[in-house]
Design a protein around this ligand. Structure first.
Ligand code: ME8
Length: 521
């Protein structure tokens, strides 16, 4: 069986509706998985929601509903529709209140307990409900007499409880050895360095249960306790694909097909959970650790992380209503190096929309279709070649493939848009509208029109993972479907093979791909 390329997003807290920070990660995962599908690989893309813990319980209480009612409403009315609206093609959606999750969590943790990785102890120390995290001194800021969570700027609570503990400290050396042998397992390099210095600073055992509230998964051997929300949440990546199921069952087969995960996408504030606690849990359970945890940067507002708790979250529809879904999918990956922080700016997005999407890409597509309609009655002329365009396309595909597979979305998209610029340059230089005036130049005119359409065929495939709805319109406009089949079925490896659009294809004009922006009120 060939292993599926398995990609995950964090499962998001459903204490509120999603904002563009969540969309940033989920779109990145969607682009990555669509790219890999077009490489002809089997892919499994998982996202979902983190529904337990004190934060959600308190939010529900404040709204006067039960936690289950609260999460059900938010998942169905806000989270799932948000991903549908952004054209996210996930293969599964896991909710931590689902039975498939809770039973597998209990079974797995019973195994860890039985094999001596879990013991009873007392926890006393600071806890941030916003982060759902037991804090260490380095995570706190003193304000007057009060200790604040540096991330949320809100006071931490002192917890004193009898809890169950996971022997995390036993995995410090194995984890250091793991990252020495597999540096690619934690990326980018700055994230890996942070994890290594955290590991070297002395990691304590982790309290993995709570007894003062009950919105969580019961500890199977101690009915007075529920699991700490992160211990439950991290396991979603495994429970969603059949963790611990019999190898002949559906779940067991799925697990064998996808495990270990190829890429866990996370924001950098939850790196330690994913690159320290999570692989330690897997090592304790004798399971293979993820091939890569990639910590991307934050979308900032006023220099700070955009967040629900600070009420700085912009919802995606505020942007998509104006720029459209595909421009949204394009913009963040194009504008911000994946791994660095970046600010959203309406002006920058407008400028890129107009110059890169409307002028460079959209105009090329509409000009090409309009000329084929006008000069060739909408019928594609005979196949022709242009050595420069072909060479440029070959190197574009190679560069973009390396970059996209390395999660360097910005370089990948840039390479593709550079090719788009070259094609524009080709049209400007050849001046088909001048050639059309001279009947002796008919052959040359047809060559230019074919080469431009064929370049657009390649652009439609290359940009499809990023802007699927727009590229589908272009695909239809080029009359490519009849001869070449579905756009999603086109393979990255075949893009640079020139001459795929057949002579005689029916090219049709479509509405402009990126309409001129209205003045924003
Ligand atoms: O942490 N910029 O959930 P969460 C970029 N439930 N990405 C952002 C962002 C921003 N300003 N804000 C949020 C949790 N994100 C846990 C995860 S996983 C087992 C449990 C994205 O709702 C980014 O991916 O707080 C970040 O890590 C995630 O949303 C946090 O979502």
């Amino acid at each position: 069986m060939t292993k599926s390329f398995y990609v995950t997003t964090p499962i998001y807290y459903v204490n509120d509706a999603p904002h563009i920070g969540h969309a940033y990660t989920t779109v990145a995962g969607d682009v990555l998985t669509r790219w890999h599908r077009q490489r002809g690989e089997a892919v499994w893309y998982l996202t979902g929601t983190d529904e337990h813990g004190e934060k959600i319980m308190r939010t529900a209480q404040a709204k006067g509903v039960s936690p289950q009612e609260w999460v059900d409403t938010l998942v169905e009315n806000e989270w799932k529709p948000n991903w549908r609206a952004l054209n996210i093609d996930n293969d599964d959606f896991i909710r931590t209140t689902e039975l498939r999750h809770t039973t597998r969590v209990q079974r797995f943790l019973q195994i860890l307990k039985d094999s001596g990785h879990i013991y009873a102890g007392k926890y006393e120390g600071p806890y941030c409900v916003g982060c759902e995290e037991f804090k260490i001194p380095g995570d706190l800021t003193l304000s007057g007499e009060e200790w604040l969570c540096t991330m949320h700027g809100s006071p931490v609570e002192i917890i004193k409880e009898d809890n169950w503990f996971f022997r995390l400290s036993a995995f410090v050396e194995p984890l250091l050895a793991h990252y020495a042998a597999h540096p690619e397992a934690c990326q980018p390099e700055s994230a890996r360095n942070e994890v290594i210095s955290f590991l070297k600073s002395g990691v304590k055992d982790l309290s993995i249960s709570r007894s003062t509230f009950d919105w969580g998964i019961r500890v199977p051997w101690d009915q007075d306790q529920i699991f700490y929300v992160w211990f439950d949440a991290l396991l979603n990546y495994a429970t969603a694909v059949g963790l611990g199921d019999d190898s002949e069952s559906k779940g067991g087969k799925k697990f064998a097909e996808v495990w270990p995960p190829d890429v866990h996408l996370v924001g950098r504030e939850i790196l330690r959970f994913h690159a320290v606690i999570w692989p330690a849990m897997l090592m304790a359970g004798n399971l293979a650790t993820p091939k890569m945890v990639f910590a991307h940067g934050w979308l900032l507002v006023g220099g700070e992380k955009m967040s629900k708790s600070k009420l700085t979250g912009i919802i995606s529809s505020e942007i998509t209503n104006y720029f459209g879904v595909d421009a949204f999918r394009y913009y963040f990956l194009r504008a911000i190096p994946f791994g660095s922080d970046g600010s959203f700016s309406w002006e920058d997005m407008s400028a890129r929309y107009t110059s890169e999407l409307a002028n460079d890409f959209g105009n090329l597509a509409s000009r090409s279709a309009a000329m084929i309609e006008k000069y060739c009655a909408g019928t594609l002329p005979a196949i022709s070649h242009d050595a420069n365009l072909q060479a440029a396309l070959e190197s574009t595909v190679a560069t973009a493939d390396v970059a996209m597979c390395a999660l360097d979305f910005q370089s990948g998209i840039l390479a593709i848009m550079d090719f788009c610029k070259k094609v524009n340059g080709y049209v400007t230089e050849k001046e088909p509208w001048t050639l059309a005036k001279d009947p002796t130049k008919r052959g040359e005119l047809e060559e230019v029109l074919y080469n431009t359409a064929e370049s657009l065929r390649a652009l439609a495939v290359l940009l499809n993972p990023v802007m699927p709805a727009t590229c589908e319109i272009l695909w239809q406009s080029l009359g490519a479907q009849a001869q070449l089949g579905d756009l999603n079925e086109q393979k990255i490896n075949d893009i640079a093979t020139w001459g795929q659009l057949p002579e005689g294809a029916t090219v049709i004009k479509t509405p402009v791909l990126f309409p001129r922006l209205e003045v924003h009120a």
